[in-house]
Design a protein around this ligand. Sequence first.
Ligand code: FMN
Length: 339
Amino acid sequence: MIKDANSTAYRAARLSVAPMMDWTDRHCRYLHRLLSRDTLLYTEMVTAPALVRGGALHLLDHDPSEHPVALQLGGSDPKELAQAARLGADAGYDEINLNVGCPSDRVQSGAFGAVLMQQPGLVADCVDAMRAACDVEVTVKCRIGVDDQIPEEVLPEFLARIVGAGCTRVTVHARKAWLQGLSPKENRDIPPLDYGLVHEMKGLFPNLHISVNGGITSVDQALGFLEGGLDGVMVGRSAYHAPTDILATADRRIFGGDRDSSAEEAVEGMLPYIEAHLTQGGRLGQITRHMLGLFAGRPGARQWRRILSEGAHKPGAGPELVEHALAEVTAAQELAAAG
Ligand SMILES: Cc1cc2nc3c(=O)[nH]c(=O)nc-3n(C[C@H](O)[C@H](O)[C@H](O)COP(=O)(O)O)c2cc1C
């Protein structure tokens, strides 16, 4: 408990950006880190079999600037997860998180993700094995239940089991997952949110650090949860689609720092990173696809998106395209201010 409560990731978990497959890759995390120094960032889910059996250690690559950064693992075999957790800790991750929330078919057939809500004993064994295998915090991201489970009954039982295994921090996506009949995308919107239940869990488990996730779209809303007694807030889609709105004021408003960042600063910060990526044979679009929402809701947003989406895949496209798009945004802003 003490070890965990003092960790960098534990403190950073007041606000986190959710793990999102295909979205929160290392380029996305680099961008998010430029917008907020303090927010905890999560990787996409990496499966334990891919690391342990497949030897896909490149999936652990990340930039030193990303800290505090958590690796999310998928799996259900305690031994394999323990090995994967050790690999993650050795690679420098500040936290290892176990995915008990993802409902996709592929993940169900591997018997991990949300289906594990039905096997709290196995999840506890996984947490126990992962904790024994590494020195960094081991956390869990779960749902409130699956299918016809009764959340008020299963969630406290689930949390009691993982707390018993030494887990001191959990993120609860405050809706059920329906394992049959809904796509992963529908499973993020259709089952209703029950924030009240997450608050109740804080009452039942006062020493467990609980973050709430699901449908949170603003810093004001995040502060409401923190002021209401929860320990952390995890934001997914809003942080991806409008990263500046969520992250640029987070260091000051959520963590008590004294300065905000800006989309413009983040763009400037991305230029050398882009340059380095291209030098290593990477493509511009791999990075700029995560930058499309930087000016969301502001003058010039449309030009920004258009210039980057149309230009980034053309042969030879480089940082000049991003500079050109930024100049268009600045011009659109000056025009809006003048008019
Ligand atoms: C494109 C996408 C990919 C996702 N991949 C993961 C994942 O790898 N692991 C996970 O635990 N959750 C995953 N999620 C779920 C998010 O982490 C989060 O729980 C969910 O989007 C609800 O939060 P939000 O309403 O703030 O987006 C994904 C969500 C999206 C939109």
